[in-house]
Design a protein around this ligand. Structure first.
Ligand code: SF4
Length: 382
C-alpha cells in the first residue's frame, strides 16, 4: 500500500497553480499537523495498521513546515504505519524554503528522496510563473540535500510557457542536468481556469508557444535526456536506471493508496461489490480541519469505481508508462483477459501504428504518444 500526505501551505501562490495550496496560513500549521495525525490514527485503525511500500509528502510546500512540526508529524505517522524494508520515502520541497533543520528532521525519519520544483532556468520565465526562487537557490538546495545524504533527487521542469523559446527550454534542461538529478519530470504547461496566468493569456497580455513548437520542445527533451542516460518511463517522467518513482508507478499500476490531508484522495479496496472506493477529502483548509476536529468523516466525497471503469483505468493509466499494460497483470487484477475485453480495439490501433505489442505488454508507440487522448477515446466503451 502507498501513503500520500498533503501539506497545503505555500509561501506565495504561483500564477499558474490551481492545487489546494494556501499562502499566508502559517498560523494554522500546528492545528493542521494535529488534524493529520487525528485522521491518520482513524485510518490506521480501519485499515489494520498497513505496511507502506512508499510514502509521498506533497503539497503545497512541505519544506515550509517548521522542522519541529515535521518532526511531530513524522514521529506520529511512524507509530501508525510501519514502512516496508527499503521503502521509498519522498518529500516535495521548494527552493527558497529548504533549511538545514528541515532536512535533518526529514532524513532522520527516513525521507530518502526529494522532489524539487525548479520549473525554468531564466529569471524572466520564473517571474511569469510567479515562482519565488532563482536557479542559484535551486542549486543551493540540491547541494544541501546532498550534504544531508539524499541520494535520490528529482527536479520538476515546465515547457510550453508563455514567451518561452526552444533555446530557453534547452538551456533549462542543460542547467538542470548540471545539478545531476537522478530523476526529472518535464510537464507541458496546462493553463488552469481561474489562475492569474490564464487571465493574462485570455486578455492577450501573454501568449503560448504554438502546438508545433511545444512538440519540438518535448522531442528535444526526449533526445537530450536520453543522450545523458535518462530513460523515459512515463509520458512526463525520466530517470537514471533504477530511480523511477515507485510511488507514481504505483498510481499507474492501481496499487491501493491512502491519502491524508486537505484534498487528498484514497483508493481503497475494502468493498467486495465494487473494484474500489475513491474517497477525497475536502480541499478547503477550514473544512478539512473541521472534518478532523468533529470526526465527520462522511464529509469525504466517495465514489465507487465499478469493475468496468476499473478495467478501462488499467488501460488508461498503464498506457501512460513506456512499459505499458501487462496482459498477465490485467488478468490477475480483473480475472478477465485483456484480449477478451479490448482485443477488437487494440489490434486495429496496432495496425495503424499507435500501439505495439511485445512479450505480453501493450504500449503506445512514439506516434501513439503524440495522440494519446485520441487513442484512449478509441479504446473507451461505446
Ligand atoms: S509551490 Fe507548488 S503548490 Fe505552491 S503555489 Fe507554487 S505550484 Fe502551487
Amino acid at each position: 500500500m502507498e501513503l500520500y500526505i498533503h501539506i497545503p501551505f505555500c509561501k506565495s501562490k504561483c500564477r499558474y497553480c490551481d492545487f489546494a495550496s494556501y499562502a499566508g496560513q502559517e498560523q494554522k500549521m500546528s492545528a493542521y499537523v494535529d488534524a493529520l495525525l487525528e485522521e491518520a490514527a482513524v485510518r490506521a485503525a480501519q485499515l489494520q495498521y498497513p505496511q507502506m511500500d512508499t510514502v509521498f509528502i506533497g503539497g503545497g510546500t512541505p519544506s515550509l513546515l517548521p522542522a519541529h512540526l515535521l518532526d511531530r508529524l513524522l514521529s506520529g505517522l511512524k507509530e501508525l504505519f510501519p514502512l516496508s524494508p527499503g521503502a521509498e520515502f519522498t518529500s516535495e520541497a521548494n527552493p527558497g524554503t529548504l533549511t538545514c533543520e528541515w532536512l535533518t528532521a526529514a532524513v532522520s525519519h527516513g525521507v530518502n528522496r526529494i522532489s524539487m520544483g525548479m520549473q525554468a532556468y531564466q529569471p524572466e520565465l520564473l517571474r511569469t510563473l510567479g515562482r519565488i526562487h532563482t536557479f542559484d537557490e535551486v542549486k543551493e538546495s540540491v547541494a544541501l540535500c546532498r550534504e544531508h545524504g539524499v541520494k535520490n533527487i528529482s527536479l520538476d521542469l515546465m515547457f510550453g510557457l508563455p514567451g518561452q523559446t526552444e533555446a530557453q527550454w534547452l538551456e533549462t534542461l542543460r542547467m538542470a542536468l548540471t545539478l545531476e538529478p537522478e530523476h526529472l519530470s518535464c510537464y507541458g504547461l496546462i493553463p488552469e481556469e481561474g489562475t492569474p496566468l490564464t487571465a493574462d493569456l485570455k486578455s492577450g497580455r501573454l501568449s503560448l508557444p504554438d502546438e508545433e513548437a511545444e512538440r519540438r520542445m518535448y522531442d528535444a527533451a526526449l533526445a537530450l535526456l536520453h543522450s545523458h542516460g535518462y530513460e523515459q518511463y512515463e509520458i512526463s517522467n525520466f530517470a537514471l536506471p533504477g530511480y523511477e518513482c515507485r510511488h507514481n508507478l504505483g498510481y499507474w499500476r492501481q496499487i491501493p493508496y491512502l491519502g491524508l490531508g486537505a484534498s487528498a484522495s484514497s483508493m481503497l479496496r475494502n468493498t467486495p461489490e465494487v473494484f474500489c472506493l475513491r474517497e477525497t477529502n475536502p480541499p478547503s483548509l477550514e473544512e478539512y480541519l473541521r472534518m478532523c476536529r468533529n470526526q465527520a468523516w462522511t464529509c469525504r466525497e466517495t465514489v465507487a469505481v465499478s469493475p468496468e471503469e476499473a478495467r478501462f483505468e488499467t488501460l488508461m493509466l498503464g498506457l501512460r508508462t513506456t512499459q505499458g499494460v501487462s496482459e498477465a497483470a490485467y488478468a490477475a487484477l480483473h480475472r478477465r483477459s485483456l484480449h477478451e475485453d479490448y482485443g477488437d480495439r487494440l489490434y486495429p490501433l496496432m495496425q495503424q501504428g499507435f500501439l505495439q505489442h511485445q512479450d505480453g505488454w501493450w504500449s503506445l508507440t512514439r506516434k501513439g504518444m503524440d495522440v494519446q487522448n485520441a487513442v484512449l477515446v478509441e479504446l473507451m466503451d461505446d
